[in-house]
Design a protein around this ligand. Structure first.
Ligand SMILES: Cc1cc2nc3c(=O)[nH]c(=O)nc-3n(C[C@H](O)[C@H](O)[C@H](O)COP(=O)(O)O)c2cc1C
Length: 144
């Protein structure tokens, strides 16, 4: 399985989630490319069996502009897009927590629930990331 992990991170939390996902997928035997949104050259989304798109949430529940630009750059809605993100409940409570993840899940009609992590995924939340991946991969393999 060829996977792309595309993520945006300013202060490192979403990057850490992307790293955990990368390690897990590689241990599972996948071929993984990592795309740093806003930094790396454009990708060919059609070349991947699975795309993991990661973002933080910004400015009262907003999706960062760089992620919107990435969506435009891809140019279509791949049907194998799983969304993950980090946020903080201190910025607007549960209603705004990782709202960009919910928005992207809806936008792509993703068949998997979005993964939402409070700040850094290192420590106890690492298992939350792995459990989410386990569910996504189980589903992907049963569909194959
Ligand atoms: C100005 C500002 C606004 C934010 N707004 C939200 C928000 O609306 N919802 C949310 O869940 N987190 C919000 N956050 C928290 C970030 O999403 C969180 O720190 C995230 O983990 C940062 O990701 P990064 O470390 O990958 O850059 C905000 C942070 C800042 C600095």
């Amino acid at each position: 399985m060829r996977c792309l992990i595309a993520y945006l991170s300013y202060s490192g939390n979403t990057k850490e989630a992307a790293e955990i996902i990368n390690d897990y997928l590689m241990a599972d035997g996948a071929i993984v490319d990592v795309h740093r949104i806003g930094i790396d050259p454009p990708v060919d989304a059609a070349a991947y069996d699975m795309i993991f798109l990661g973002t933080f949430t910004w400015d009262m529940g907003e999706t960062p502009d760089e992620v919107k630009d990435f969506i435009l750059e891809v140019g279509y809605k791949p049907d194998h897009m799983a969304i993950f993100g980090t946020g903080e409940t201190q910025f607007g409570g549960d209603d705004l927590f990782c709202l960009a993840v919910d928005k992207l899940v809806t936008f792509y009609g993703s068949r998997w629930p979005g993964l939402k992590i409070e700040q850094s995924p290192r420590g106890s939340q690492e298992q939350v990331v792995k459990n989410w991946l386990k569910g996504v991969l189980h589903d992907v393999k049963s569909l194959a």
